[in-house]
Design a protein around this ligand. Sequence first.
Ligand code: F6P
Length: 341
Amino acid sequence: MRVGILTGGGDCPGLNAVIRGAVRKGVKAHGHEFVGFRDGWRGPLENDTMPLGVDEVRRILPRGGTILGSSRTNPFAVEGGVDRIKENLESNGCDALIAIGGEDTLGVATKLADVGVNVVGVPKTIDNDLSGTDFTFGFDTAVNIVMEAVDRLHTTAESHHRVIIVEVMGRHAGWIALHSGLAAGANIILIPERPFDIEKVCAQVESRFATSYSPIIVVAEGAIPKEGTMELVSGEVDAFGHVRLGGIADRLAKEIEGRTGKEARAVVLGHIQRGGSPTAFDRWLATRFGLHAIQAVTDGDFGIMVALNRTEIIRVPLSEGTKELKVVRPDLYDEVEVLFG
Ligand code: F6P
């Protein structure tokens, strides 16, 4: 068989491990050939390809990013986009396509599967907010990066008797904030699923100072105040209509400083969370996803996505991964809230 592979959406550590796992097993165990499509759906849309074989996947396991490149191209927003993708898959002799991506990339894959494209999905996002899988790869790396940053921020916050507000990724789901904040002993964690009460946050800040410690707040970029009084978004949107976020930490710093009189600084970790080498867990998960994805292709089992269920890799319908966002359950947040302040 000849199999196309693409990586779409925000990059994330572990993408190369998936590609490597799929290609090495595909060539060695099944005699498949591969073609790499560059920059997500832009590749098959514009017929932009690159060679992809065992040589190309050597030494990429520890590398962050994706050797195939990525973009947020939405072929359904392009006139004739779907037909162009079908034609280009055919002209490259592709019998199947492995699409590695998050909500948007897999959403496109689901629709393409419905119109007869032989596609297998691999769930990816540092946000860990895809349903159908217990974890996505990239998440563990992001959490570890944030944890290390917060560990460092504790000492500088204490030296200067400051509040430090650390903004992390997560537009709709607070998984990164919750896991990293818990792991690094943040004093307050704010997530999109639980609109915050600014007065309560300030009281927790004061109580922390009262015990001679400096508070660290970990806030997800999509967190919102209860009252809805703080203007938080720029209004810009991407090709999938998502609002570009950013700025909540800055807003909070000003608000907290104004209300408590304590010096407050914002640290936005941004794309640092997506960069660099994947953790062992993410390499393990991503490699297994790659191995299972190529097995599904070989079995002719299309319109599915590979997923982690406890410790097993299973196959679920592609639509399963994108039908709803997996957000933080209220009881999980309640469980850690007792540590705040
Ligand atoms: O979906 C992954 C993600 O990193 C989100 O956490 C974040 O909101 C978004 O991508 C940022 O997108 P971009 O890289 O396009 O700024």
